[in-house]
Design a protein around this ligand. Structure first.
Ligand SMILES: Nc1ncnc2c1ncn2[C@@H]1O[C@H](COP(=O)(O)OP(=O)(O)OP(=O)(O)O)[C@@H](O)[C@H]1O
Ligand SMILES: [Mg+2]
Length: 348
């Protein structure tokens, strides 16, 4: 559906050229909800601007539904842009138009005959659950309701793609949840491909089928949401997953676990003790722990375990103390890595 190949974008700054995007290649399937996540300054908004060609990339190509946008002139581009609906963090509604008027605007601009507009707007307002507020002005509705207007407006010209740049960042958690549920529902009902730009892993976790992680203008990791949560590889991803899953130990538990490491080693000279964070998806954690004990002759004690539902898959985070001969510990780590189970050593 959306195919991005070797995209690069630099900005001119007083200190020379700044590389905002470097060699980005992504393929987004028709009908999926795809997340693009990264910390502030990673290049997310730049990427969105490039996808709809509001910014011209320096090199690389962008195709949507087989049409290469990067090869088009301004007139054709304007036509093609109708295939992309945009939802923004700041809503960008016209204050002097009602809810109805805001949703009708893109239809008027596209030259839809005025006799067809009312039915279309009513249908869109119904889709986002705002029929009852049709005559209110933006100042008279809540943030969540404004974003529903923004979504209805973005869908007005039946786009193939809905591009959302931090659509829920200004909303409280409950409203965020409601808006994400709405986007998921619209995606299911209409089959529109949704691209969610966000800095919140919670957003990815709630609705994205797949996700790409952006850091310093590059894609550092991408894959299915449950795999990224179960086994984040890059430091940036790990930090974001930890923040979203609340899987970290409290300071007290961490200090106690580290103190225990020293005690364990003192009690059995010649062995090493480690504190590990193990992430796993869909696997049986019971078997994992007994395997470490039986096959690798490690002593394992559980410090903390949590299982969360990520896109319908149980993803677990375990903190364990592992003790054994140095070689056995090393081999156990290798065996876990071969099973693609993520293990992080949390050294004191
Ligand atoms: N017009 C511009 N000129 C120069 N540098 C720019 C310009 N626009 C963005 N940048 C720089 O490019 C980098 C990426 O910016 P971008 O807005 O894409 O980040 P972002 O991932 O969307 O961040 P945020 O989460 O804060 O919205 C930043 O370092 C920013 O300072
Ligand atoms: Mg941004």
């Amino acid at each position: 559906m959306i195919d991005i190949q070797h995209l690069a974008k630099t900005y001119a700054t007083p200190r020379g050229r700044f590389e905002a995007l470097r060699d980005i290649s992504l393929h987004i399937e028709q009908g999926e909800v795809f997340g693009i996540i990264g910390p502030s300054g990673a290049g997310k908004s730049t990427l969105v601007q490039c996808i709809n060609l509001l910014e011209r990339p320096d090199s690389g190509t962008i195709s949507i539904g087989g049409t290469e946008l990067t090869g088009l002139g301004e007139t054709e581009l304007r036509q093609q842009r109708r295939r992309i609906g945009m939802v923004f963090q700041g809503f960008n509604l016209l204050a002097r138009r009602t809810v109805y008027g805001n949703v009708a605007l893109p239809l008027e601009i596209a030259g839809v005959p005025s006799s067809q507009i009312p039915a279309k707007v009513e249908r869109l307002l119904k889709l986002v659950g705002l029929e009852h507020l049709r005559d209110r002005y933006p100042s008279q509705i809540s943030g969540g309701q404004k974003q529903r207007v923004g979504i209805a407006r973005a869908l007005a010209n039946d786009p193939d793609v809905l591009l959302s740049d931090e659509a829920t960042s200004a909303l409280d958690p409950e409203t965020t949840h409601n808006i994400l549920a709405l986007l998921r529902d619209i995606n299911k009902k209409t089959g529109v491909t949704v691209v969610m730009i966000t800095h919140q892993m919670e957003v990815v976790r709630e609705i994205c089928d797949r996700v790409a992680v952006l850091s310093h203008g590059q894609v550092v990791e991408s894959g299915r949401t449950q795999d990224i949560f179960a086994s984040p590889k890059h430091d940036v991803t790990r930090a974001m997953v930890s923040a979203a899953t609340a899987s970290d130990l409290t300071d007290t538990t961490l200090a106690a676990a580290h103190a225990r490491l020293a005690e364990l080693e003192a009690a059995r000279p010649g062995t090493v003790a480690r504190l590990w964070r193990i992430r796993l998806a869909g696997a049986n954690s019971g078997t994992l722990l007994s395997n470490l004990t039986r096959e690798h002759a490690l002593d394992i004690s559980l410090v903390q375990a949590r299982v969360e539902d990520i896109q319908g898959v149980a993803v677990g985070t375990l903190f364990v103390l592992a003790q054994g001969a140095p070689l056995a510990v090393e081999q156990a780590l290798k065996a876990l890595a071969a099973l693609d189970i993520s293990v992080e050593d949390i050294a004191p």
